[in-house]
Ligand binder design. Sequence first.
Ligand code: G3P
Ligand code: MG
Length: 244
Amino acid sequence: MTLIIAHRGSAGTHPENTMDAFIAAKKFGADGIEFDVHLTLDDQIVVIHDETIDRTTNGTGNVKDFTLEELKKLKANYHYKHFFKKASKIPSLREVFEWLDKNKLICNIELKNNSIPYEGMEKKVIDLIKEFKLEDRIIISSFNHKSLKNVKQLAENIETAPLYKNLIYKPWEYAESIQASGIHPKFTVMTPALISDTLKNNMAVRPYTVNKEREMKKLMELNCTAIITDFPEKAFKVRDTLNN
Ligand code: G3P
Ligand code: MG
């Protein structure tokens, strides 16, 4: 069965990368959540997609130039007008883990360290995973594949998966070369043959961001390990129809 991972939470219906979006994802039947992390000025791990706070909050500037306390004062649903009036805050990774501790969801942490390197970020994330004993249900992904190698050096038992947007020849061989156990490609670069060959080589395939029913159905029929979607509720219904 193809698992459903809610992209930035249920980002199609709720303000992305907020606790509201994660709670909604669980309610909609997602098997897991994906979210993005950055480091603050005081070295705290926070959940937000962009390097800057401009697009998603009422503030302006780089995440790395604010302390966690300062970021907490912002409205994380500021530009999200879509029937959502409740105030949302930028969550810290610790807060998300406190919530995950109470449920069984899979957690895909995307390290957003491809343009700002965030020195020591991998260790901080891993230390927190260990503190909460969440090793078994974490997948760390990133467009920064060197960072994924660092993760494996620090914690061999934590699963990693490279994110990529262009077609890779024999992606399972590439993933293996960086000790990853899965691939997270943009769904448009995956052909049925590539999916089947990657799975045959014992490599998990979790394409992103799959939002149309037709694409969800196709990738589920091809037995993808998971799909990453902004609309977990829709994906749940598609999967239900396929299974009946
Ligand atoms: O992890 C899948 C997806 O989140 C990668 O792209 O830009 O939405 O973080 P982005
Ligand atoms: Mg992401």
